[in-house]
Design a protein around this ligand. Structure first.
Ligand code: ZN
Length: 306
């Protein structure tokens, strides 16, 4: 069993859900982020948040995967002050919805004053609601941006055990772990942080507070990043226990602090019945035969029948 704690499924297809379920992904977390281009209205942002807590959760369930999400104002769009103010008014309402496991992904992009302002405001919100925080660390000037993100969490009085610092690499991992934070790693195929590099990090740092995710989104990315890393790690002689922790248990322990994500959710799952609808819409198209499975049956029954 795997958990992918960072997957932008809104941008992925039903084939991806089928492949993830077949590879053993039982649960995933969809962080709120930008959509590839700037949103220009608060309403667009609100509808996006409604989609990730609503339709996308339903869609994942139709493939036997439990879907959770994080809500937040991302760092890029924090630079549009009018939009940012509007989103901040809506966030507390979304943060209290079922299946929301953290405030995120928040943090820095270009490390501007407005990014700093909204990062701090959202850390404050996470404290008020006692929710974990998913921090997106910048791709440019990463080392400084990562240290600064942790400095600000501490200045704001957020406990490191409630914070997942994501998109780590070889340069940032030691500091992230040493300061007591969860260290997320996004596996991007054939670049940046590939799974072979991840295996080396596991050899060096072990499994404590390390979390592997795919960060699959609209770009070149792989929704099987977690499963493939697990496979490579096992082949490379890393223990099953280490793999279980970094590809499953640590994500559950970190985000389970929200009280919204529990193992029973997928150990005793609801039946899959693809005839069901969400606000009148189903995932079925063109007279396809629906998959219907009964809880307790072999998980294999969750694979889609043609
Ligand atoms: Zn992301």
């Amino acid at each position: 069993m795997f958990i992918d704690p960072h997957a932008h499924m809104i941008s992925r297809t039903t084939d991806d859900y089928e492949a993830m379920a077949a590879a053993g992904v039982v649960a995933l977390i969809e962080p709120a982020f930008w959509v590839g281009q700037p949103r220009t209205f608060v309403g667009t942002y609100v509808d996006y948040l409604s989609t990730i807590v609503g339709w996308e959760r339903f869609r994942a369930g139709q493939f036997g995967i439990r879907h959770y999400c994080t809500v937040g104002l991302n760092s890029k769009e924090a630079n549009n002050e009018e939009l940012a103010e509007g989103v901040m008014e809506w966030l507390p309402r979304f943060a209290l919805k079922e299946g929301v496991v953290a405030i995120g992904e928040i943090g820095y992009d270009e490390q501007t004053p407005l990014e700093d302002k909204y990062f701090r405001l959202q850390l404050e919100l996470s404290k008020e609601l006692n929710l974990p925080v998913m921090v997106h660390t910048p791709h440019r000037d990463k080392k400084r941006g990562t240290s600064r993100s942790m400095d600000v969490c501490e200045e704001m009085g957020v406990d490191p055990s409630m914070v997942i610092i994501d998109h780590n690499n070889e340069e940032t991992v030691a500091e992230t772990l040493q300061r007591g934070y969860w260290a997320g790693f996004s596996i991007y195929p054939s670049t940046k942080m590939g799974n072979a590099r991840m295996v080396e990090i596991l050899k060096q740092y072990g499994s404590e507070r390390i979390i592997v995710d795919s960060a699959c989104d609209w770009g070149i990315s792989d929704p099987l990043g977690v499963a493939k890393t697990a496979e490579l790690a096992l082949k490379s002689g890393i223990s099953e226990e280490t793999v279980r922790r970094v590809c499953y248990q640590n994500a559950l322990d970190a985000y389970g602090q929200s009280g919204q994500m529990k193992e029973e959710d997928w150990l005793t799952p609801p039946a899959i019945d693809q005839r069901t609808v969400y606000e009148g819409n189903s995932i079925l198209r063109g007279g396809r035969d629906p998959l219907i499975s009964v809880p307790g049956e072999e998980r294999k029954a969750n694979l889609i029948i043609e």
